[in-house]
Structure formats: C-alpha cells, structure tokens
Design a protein around this ligand. Structure first.
Ligand code: SF4
Length: 319
C-alpha cells in the first residue's frame, strides 16, 4: 500500500548513516556495542545529495532508519528542509532528541511520509526520558505529522503490555506492538511467540506467518535501496557487495527485479513498501510487453528464413 499522505513517488532510499544511539536497548543489534557510543556521525553533503537525486529525474521517499538514531546526525534538520522541497522524508526514530522541535518547525508535514516512533519503554524509564518522548510525540501530532508509536514486543515486556497501553493512551498516544526479530532465552523470534504473547501484544498473525517467507522476486535495487554511512547504495542489507552508485554522485538502479539471493529475509523491502513493489512489477511487465513483440518478430524472421530456404531451388532441402 502507498503511504496515504503522499501524492506520488518513484523510488525509495533507506538511509542508514550512523550506528550511534543515545539509548542502549536490550533487543537492539548494537546493544552494548562500541559503535553505539562511538560510531561516526557523518554530516550529510546536502548539495551533492540533492544533485544526485535530481539527475535521476525521480521523486524519492527518503527514509532515515538503520541501527542508529537519525536525529543525532548534525545537519539532519537542514537536510530534511532542503530535501523536502521536491522529495519526501520519513523516519524510524526514538524521538528523544532535542532537535525534534526544530524539525517540527522547519519541515512541512505534508512532505513527511511517516514518523515511526520506536517507543523503548524500559530505556525511557531508566533514563528519565518518558516525558521527553511524550512531548515530542504530541508536538508532531499537533503539527500534523503522521506519527505512530511502536513498542518492540520483547518477551520480558509481556506482563506490563497492558499497563503501557493505558499509560500512554491516557496521554493521547496510542501504542502498537511490533514483533521482535532476534534471540531471547535461546529461542528465535518471531517464530517462538506463544499464543498468549501473540494475543496480549496484539501481533498480526498474517505478518508472523509471512515473516520468514519473503523469497522470490524483490524490488530491492530496482526502485528501492539502502544507503551505507559512506553514501554507497546497495539493494538491501543482504546484498552489501552490490553497489548501485553513491548518493553524493550517481544513483543507478537495476533494470530488472531481483530474485532474492538468501534463504530467509528479516528485512523485506518489498514488504515495507508494497506500493513500490507493485509498481516495480507493473513496470517490469511493461518491459516484457516491449520485449515480447521483439522476440516474436525475431522468431517470425527465423521461421520465414527457414521456410524460404526450404523452397529455394538447388538447396539440399529442396532436393
Ligand atoms: S534479502 Fe529481503 S530485501 Fe533483499 S532481495 Fe531478498 S527479500 Fe528483498
């Protein structure tokens, strides 16, 4: 499904520019890792990025996501103000940084696809950041940004799931639980969720069933890609060696859909943006519609050539 607020967009880039984070959640891939505290925080080269986008002639949705907290990037607000002149931006953020206020003033909510606010309840309690999160969330909501709050359905949170719903609900923040991908107590999630956990967290059974089966054709690299801290673009997290250019120079998408190269995918780009996947399939079919008549024409020529040879006097076939 297309992001409901967007008029249209042609392609999407997931920018994973930093692993630095101001929180240290137990279920995060960078939990207790040195990069969480000391990872680089590269400034975005705004003019070069805008130029590379313009060269493609496409309208982009640019999602700031990845292992770290995007609002820690020094010139994020300035970059978003510039990018949203023509493109759209979106975020996965813990929404606890001070510059969220500045962002809410500087950027037009109509150019924001969504703010996926990851609500890390335990970390916020430990660091006394619950109020900061709530204030930033409510500010974004008041300003008209499409903001939603998701808690990771981490098994140890089960007992307090309902209490969290009530607490934030009373503050005007509806929370949702999203499934945890990883290992807890030796069990692999999301496959290990019990019936009680699925019910209490309110997890989508369809999503859980589909989770390990994203193989087949994928639009990663066709109209969607991920961007590493140095600006290089790859189709997805599982294909880091395939480089489709650099956001500060040239963006080169593939001409064809990819056959997924891995056994199971934890980060299915075609699932994250179904609108772009469907669009990619349609455009590939268009390509086929162009290619098919050419193939038929080529086959006809071959057949005719063969028939002509059959009737030509003096040839072996004729004799
Ligand atoms: S690993 Fe995931 S994102 Fe990458 S090609 Fe396969 S399904 Fe698509």
């Amino acid at each position: 499904m297309k992001d409901p607020l967007l008029s249209d967009y042609d392609a999407c880039l997931f920018l994973s520019l930093t692993n630095r984070c101001n929180l240290n959640c137990a279920y995060c891939v960078t939990h207790d890792s040195p990069v969480r505290e000391n990872g680089g925080l590269p400034e975005i080269n705004i003019p070069a990025f805008v130029r590379a986008l313009e060269k493609t002639g496409k309208v982009f949705k640019i999602r700031f996501a990845g292992g770290g907290e995007p609002f820690l990037i020094p010139n994020l607000v300035e970059a978003c103000a510039e990018l949203t002149r023509r493109h759209y931006v979106g975020f996965t953020t813990n929404l606890t940084c001070a510059n969220v206020r500045e962002f809410a003033e500087a950027v037009d909510p109509r150019r924001v696809s969504n703010i996926h606010a990851s609500l890390h309840v335990r970390e916020l309690e430990d660091r006394d950041l619950t109020d900061r999160f709530s204030e930033n969330f409510l500010l974004c909501k008041r300003k008209g940004f499409p903001v939603s709050a998701t808690v990771v359905a981490y098994p140890p949170l089960l007992e307090r799931a309902e209490a969290y719903r009530t607490f934030f609900g009373e503050r005007g923040i509806d929370i949702f639980f999203g499934y945890f991908v990883g290992t807890y107590n030796g069990k692999r999630y999301p496959a290990a969720y019990t019936e009680e956990e699925i019910r209490t967290f309110g997890l989508s059974r369809i999503g859980l069933r589909a989770h390990p089966r994203y193989r087949g054709l994928c639009n990663a690299g066709f109209n969607i890609g991920i961007v590493w801290p140095d600006g290089n673009i790859s189709p997805c997290l599982e294909t880091p060696r395939e480089i489709l250019g650099n956001i500060y120079d040239e963006i080169r998408f593939n001409r064809f859909l990819k056959v997924c190269p891995v056994k199971s995918c934890d980060c299915p780009l075609k699932q994250y943006d179904k609108f772009l996947f469907e669009r990619a399939v349609r455009e590939s079919l268009c390509d086929l519609r162009i290619v098919k008549p050419l193939l038929e024409w080529g086959c006809r020529r071959l057949t005719l050539g063969k028939e002509n040879r059959k009737i030509a006097p003096g040839t072996e076939e004729h004799a």
